[in-house]
Design a protein around this ligand. Structure first.
Ligand code: GDP
Ligand code: IMO
Ligand code: MG
Length: 429
């Protein structure tokens, strides 16, 4: 058994797609377990760049089975567009399997997502407007439509019509907006159903059999720990569980089957969307990181907010996810800074707190306590081993290991597959 979880240890966009692609080259099965096409994972292979949203980043390994698990909210329109885009780039997508239990995103979910955001005014969450929250709301409310319903011609139309009618009441009466056309939606979704059918199966069996057969199973996280509905910076979070525990539910395996949890960690911190951000740099240094790291969203194109590395967050993520190691990403972006800061605690009301607080009112008042380290000038994008890195970069990595208490097994020094330093193997042979 070699079951590896990849999770984001910050606010998403840590570089998960790159590491997943790297590790997928050896994987037999790659699994998405939650979220939807709110995710944006960039994978760079040679001169080609792929932007993946709903489709697992393992898709570029033609020998791996790519599972979209039951915990995912599935947008058929987005999925088919992505498939078409990948096929046009010569990628074989026949390896995809979709859970019959996954919930389906409908146009009314996206409409309500947008209208709810508008209605929040200043208290806006800053969602991706992909209908993620409203689809999970329906799931929990027990009115959702699942892939197995979409596949069943006898029940689909009635279920969809009832939902569209109910949602049109919300859209027109609460938000005073225009109703959606039921016939149009139903006809479009019947078309999608035909194209999706060959991919649909009981994915829990695919994943379980692979684990039992001692195959390499890569559980591919989307979003990040601080976007978790329970552990994130609520309410500025997504509506699912992007943490390691989310995979037990979202892909249907026992928690005891998870062996290794790799926390994908940016060498600094970014977030898109709203909410307090203790180490945020709203100055030239922040701009410098944004430009050097090309910190603009893969899904929405929004500029990402940037700041120094916050180890209060990473330690929290290590605890909540049971992280066994770190993959440190975008270290090359920090080249050229004279001094680097690492946040080791928060000052709140004259005291230093070390644990990430639940209350955003507390978080908003926290001031970072920094440890200052020397920067390095050298371009590190061609470094192939830890020893190739400048001494200051080595100290930066070792400081993280010491303060978080787990090893940094992977160091990424550029977006390409080849720009990856593996200090210790992730899969157990
Ligand atoms: P994800 O959502 O966690 O998969 O991350 P995104 O793909 O949204 O954002 C990470 C960005 O950083 C992408 O544009 C990657 O191509 C890029 N990237 C990943 N690793 C590195 C790295 O080590 N150095 C640099 N410069 N870019 C990287
Ligand atoms: P990847 O997988 C960064 C954020 C949104 C918003 C909040 C809620 O690329 O790391 P939602 O549309 O999910 O209801 O939005 O969550 N968000 C992400 N931020 N990376 C992501 O995914 C995200 N997925 C959602 O910006 O603040
Ligand atoms: Mg992303």
């Amino acid at each position: 058994m070699s079951t590896v979880v990849i999770v984001g240890s910050q606010w998403g966009d840590e570089g998960k797609g790159k590491v997943i692609d790297y590790l997928a080259s050896e994987a037999d099965v790659v699994v998405r377990g939650q979220g939807g096409n709110n995710a944006g994972h960039t994978v760079v292979v040679g001169d080609k760049k792929y932007a993946l949203h709903l489709i697992p980043s393992g898709i570029l390994n033609k020998d791996a089975v790519n599972v979209i698990g039951n915990g995912v909210v599935f947008d058929p329109e987005g999925f088919l567009k992505e498939i078409d885009g990948l096929e046009a780039q010569g990628v074989d997508t026949s390896t995809i399997r979709i859970s019959e239990r996954a919930h389906v995103v409908f146009p009314y979910h996206k409409t309500i997502d947008r209208l709810a955001e508008e209605a929040r005014g200043k208290a806006k969450i800053g969602t991706t407007v992909k209908g993620i929250g409203p689809t999970y709301m329906d799931k929990v409310e027990r009115s959702g439509i699942r892939i197995c319903d979409l596949m069943n011609e006898e029940v689909f139309e009635d279920k969809a019509r009832a939902q569209i009618e109910a949602k049109n009441l919300i859209i027109t009466k609460i938000y005073e907006s225009d109703p959606l056309d039921a016939d149009e939606i139903i006809s479009a979704y019947k078309g999608y159903a035909k194209r999706i059918k060959p991919f649909v199966t009981d994915t829990t069996v695919v994943v379980y059999d692979a684990v039992k057969a001692d195959k390499k199973v890569l559980l591919e996280g989307a979003q990040g720990t601080l976007l978790d509905i329970d552990f994130g910076t609520y309410p500025y979070v997504t509506s699912s569980h992007p943490i390691s525990g989310g995979f037990a539910i979202g892909s249907g395996i026992g928690p005891n089957m998870i062996e290794e949890v790799v926390g994908i960690t940016k060498a600094y911190t970014t977030r898109v969307g709203k909410g307090p951000f203790v180490t945020e740099l709203e100055n030239e240094t922040g701009d410098q990181i944004r430009v050097a790291g090309n910190e603009f969203g893969t899904t929405t194109g929004r500029p990402r907010r940037c700041g120094w590395l916050d180890l209060v967050i990473v330690k929290f993520a290590a605890r909540i996810n049971g992280m066994t190691c770190i993959s440190l990403m975008l270290l090359d972006v920090l080249s050229g800074f004279e001094k680097l800061q690492i946040c080791t605690g928060y000052e709140y009301k004259g005291e230093v707190i070390e644990h990430f607080p639940a209350d955003l009112n507390v978080l908003a008042k926290c001031k970072p306590v920094y440890t200052e380290l020397e920067g390095w000038k050298e371009d590190i994008t061609n470094c192939e081993s830890f020893d190739d890195l400048p001494k200051e970069a080595q100290v930066y990595i070792e400081t993280i290991e010491k303060l978080v208490g787990i090893p940094v097994k992977i160091v990424s020094v550029g977006p390409k597959r080849s720009q990856t330093i593996i200090r210790e193997r992730i899969y157990r042979d």
